[in-house]
Design a protein. Structure first.
Length: 184
C-alpha cells in the first residue's frame, strides 16, 4: 500500500466516523456506512455502467469511469422507513403510522430509491453526507457525492435490505481532481 492509499483509507475511516457522529433527530441513528476498496469498487463501477447503458443515462456511465479509478469509495445510506414519530407530514402522509404502513406494502424497489421515506431521516442522511465530505475536504482528498453510484450500491445490496436511500462518495488523490471538468 502506498502512502497516498494509506492516507485515503485513513480519511475514509474518518469520514465514516463523521457520518456516524453527525447529529440525528431524536438521537436515533438510522445511518448506514460502508467503505469500498478493490474488487468492490470494480463491482460498483460495472453495475453503474450497466445501469447507464441500459437506461441510456450518460452521466451514470461517466460517473462509473470515475468510480473505476477512485482510491476508495464511501457509501452512506439511511433506513428511511424508520419513522421519527412526530407526525410532521413532510413525507406526504398525515401520520408516521401511515408512512410506516405504506412502506411495509412496498416489497420490491421499482425506482432508484425505495419510498416512501421519513423526511426527518432524509435530513439526517443529508447531514451525515455533509459531515463526511467536509472531513474529506479538510484532509485534501478529492471527492464528490454521487446519486448515480448510490443507486448502484442499493442494487448490489451493499448496505443491506433496510437501506432505502444511498449515495456514494468516491475518493481520489491525484494532481487534478478527477471528479470535475468531466465530459459526459
Amino acid at each position: 500500500m502506498t502512502t497516498d492509499s494509506t492516507a485515503v483509507m485513513t480519511v475514509a475511516g474518518l469520514m465514516e466516523l463523521a457520518a456516524r457522529t453527525a447529529p440525528k433527530a431524536k438521537g436515533v441513528d438510522t445511518i448506514l456506512v460502508r467503505i469500498l476498496t478493490g474488487k468492490e469498487i470494480r463491482s460498483l463501477a460495472d453495475r453503474l455502467t450497466d445501469a447507464g447503458e441500459k437506461r441510456k443515462i450518460g452521466f451514470f456511465v461517466r460517473d462509473a469511469r470515475n468510480i473505476a479509478v477512485c482510491d476508495a469509495c464511501v457509501i452512506i445510506g439511511a433506513k428511511g422507513r424508520l419513522v421519527a414519530g412526530i407526525n410532521c407530514g413532510a413525507c406526504g402522509y398525515a401520520t408516521c403510522e401511515e408512512l410506516a404502513r405504506e412502506g411495509k406494502k412496498r416489497k420490491k424497489r421499482t425506482t432508484d430509491f425505495s419510498g416512501p421515506n421519513c423526511s426527518v431521516r432524509m435530513t439526517d442522511l443529508g447531514i451525515a453526507l455533509g459531515s463526511a465530505v467536509k472531513t474529506a475536504q479538510i484532509h485534501n482528498v478529492d471527492n464528490r457525492i454521487m446519486y448515480s453510484a448510490g443507486t448502484a450500491a442499493l442494487e448490489l445490496g451493499l448496505l443491506g435490505k433496510d437501506c432505502t436511500v444511498a449515495y456514494a462518495i468516491p475518493l481520489s488523490v491525484t494532481g487534478k481532481n478527477i471528479f470535475f471538468d468531466r465530459e459526459l
